[in-house]
Design a protein around this ligand. Structure first.
Ligand code: S3P
Length: 458
């Protein structure tokens, strides 16, 4: 937890935002690096700065499944935690040998990706989660795993999920109904132990960390665009594939950086530097959208080669400098522009609320099944702060309104809490009181500390 939460109330407009920070390690990459480390042969050190609760849920769940993961805290305030993962790979590169019950808490990625890992293991595994995770759809991952031959039971389509291992999995072609990196990742992980080539067609380009990391660890995995489906992708996995352990320093999380990218863009007196951030092109939708609206965002890549043998492995990394935009114009986002900024949409809504004209988001119905119903939670929060919001089944229309003080119900959703904090600091809404400021620690445990460093003391 942050330990400084009591100091953050109420959140008020900051006079200026200045400074330079390092973000927590990317949550999506961290989950995968830890899981693949446990599946690989050999030992690896996965270094993750300020791991949030979701990442720690993956560590805990892997331990419950029998993985050995040691943990060394860095000494400096920004030093990464080093997770020493002892890989226990067998011929398929996957091994879950224990009958176990693993708590995935609030983390959808932990549950869905581990479902793929457990499907190719040997024991019987139960995956459970908190109230929010237990409301989220799980058939989307159970169905393709069952087609491969896995025994997967959901609880009326939700968690807890029970997976009985020790079954041969078949290599086959899948056509995913939702463009979900979690589902794609689960199927790809299971496919590592199937005999032959698995083909996974997704209707949209999701984050490709699974493919990048698996290939980097030696698996026969690739991804191309789908010639038969505009915006679609085809991932191929050759099995059985063995993973060779490699150490990795997880880059900073662009989804955490997003808070400051939006805050600096919208605030009239801001200049913020974000160091060592992951610049995977499938995650840069927010940067593209804000630049199109008139944002001033400088991206300085450190290296771009996906196969380069560096500490940050197969992921491009760089620094960002974001300064106040002189003005923002409205934007409409839909179709294949949604997946690359799915987690950043609540923050983008804050920028939309300051733009000239009415902005629109469509084709984002997935937001209704995130940690909260993010369309409803966000619309209510922004409206309370005076922003004009029209809710649609799959998005919203947003325009400027008077900045009013607001009491915000976050529904325990970290992304809503951070978006509304940014809205308050940038003056998009009036003073904000959050019902649950601690929930930011799901992904960004140092959020309130970084806010103070940058001058957003409220
Ligand atoms: C994630 C994928 C996205 C994203 C989530 C993390 C991942 O979800 O919203 O926060 O690490 O694969 P979907 O895969 O359901 O789109």
């Amino acid at each position: 937890m942050t330990g400084t939460v009591a100091a953050v109330h109420p959140l008020a407009r900051a006079s200026r935002l200045r400074g330079s920070i390092r973000l927590p390690g990317d949550k999506s990459i961290a989950h995968r690096a830890l899981m693949f480390g446990a599946m690989a042969s050999g030992d690896a050190i996965i270094s993750i700065r300020h791991p949030g609760h979701d990442v720690l849920s993956t560590v805990g769940a892997l331990r419950a499944l029998g993985a050995f993961i040691g943990e060394d805290q860095g000494v400096g305030p920004d030093d990464p935690t080093s997770f020493r993962v002892a890989g226990r790979g067998d011929h398929a590169g996957v091994r879950v040998t224990r009958d176990a019950s693993a708590d995935c808490a609030n983390s959808g990625s932990t549950m869905r990706l581990l479902a793929g890992l457990a499907a190719s293991g040997r024991g019987e595994v139960e995956l459970r989660g908190d109230a929010s995770l237990s409301r989220r759809p799980m058939e989307r991952v159970a169905t393709p795993l069952r087609r491969m031959g896995a025994a997967v039971e959901t609880t009326h389509g939700h968690a807890p999920i029970v997976i009985r291992g020790n079954r041969p999995l078949a290599a086959m072609e899948h056509r995913l109904e939702v463009a979900s990196a979690q589902v794609l990742g689960a199927v790809a992980i299971a496919a590592l132990s199937a005999d032959g080539q698995t083909v996974i067609r997704a209707p949209g380009a999701t984050r490709d960390h699974t493919e990048r990391l698996l290939r980097w660890l030696g698996a026969g995995v690739g991804r191309v665009t789908d010639p038969s489906c505009p915006a679609g992708t085809v991932t191929t996995v050759r099995g059985p594939s063995m993973l060779a352990a490699r150490s990795l320093e997880v880059p900073g999380d662009i989804s955490s950086a997003a808070a400051w990218i939006v805050a600096a863009t919208v605030h009239p007196d801001a200049d913020i530097e974000l160091l060592g951030v992951g610049l995977n092109p499938t995650r840069l939708g927010l940067v593209d959208a804000l630049r199109e609206m008139g944002g001033d965002i400088e991206v300085r890549p450190r290296h771009t080669s996906p196969d380069e043998d560096t500490d940050s492995g197969p992921e491009p990394v760089g620094d960002l400098r974001v300064r106040s935009a002189s003005r923002l114009s409205a934007i409409t986002l839909q179709g294949d522009r949604i997946a690359p900024l799915i987690d950043e949409l609540p923050l983008l809504a804050v920028a939309m609320a300051t733009a000239d004209g009415t902005s629109e988001v469509r084709g984002a119905a997935e937001l209704r099944v995130k940690e909260s119903d993010r369309i409803a939670t966000l619309a209510a929060a922004l409206r309370a702060g005076g922003v004009r919001v029209e809710e649609a089944a799959d998005g919203w229309r947003i325009g400027r309104g008077p900045a009013l003080p607001a009491s915000v119900l976050t529904a325990g959703d970290h992304r809503i809490a951070m978006a509304m904090a940014v809205a308050a600091w940038a003056g998009v809404v009036g003073d904000v009181a959050l019902d649950d400021p601690d929930c930011v620690a799901i992904s960004y445990p140092t959020f309130w500390r970084d806010a103070a460093v940058l001058g957003a003391t409220g």
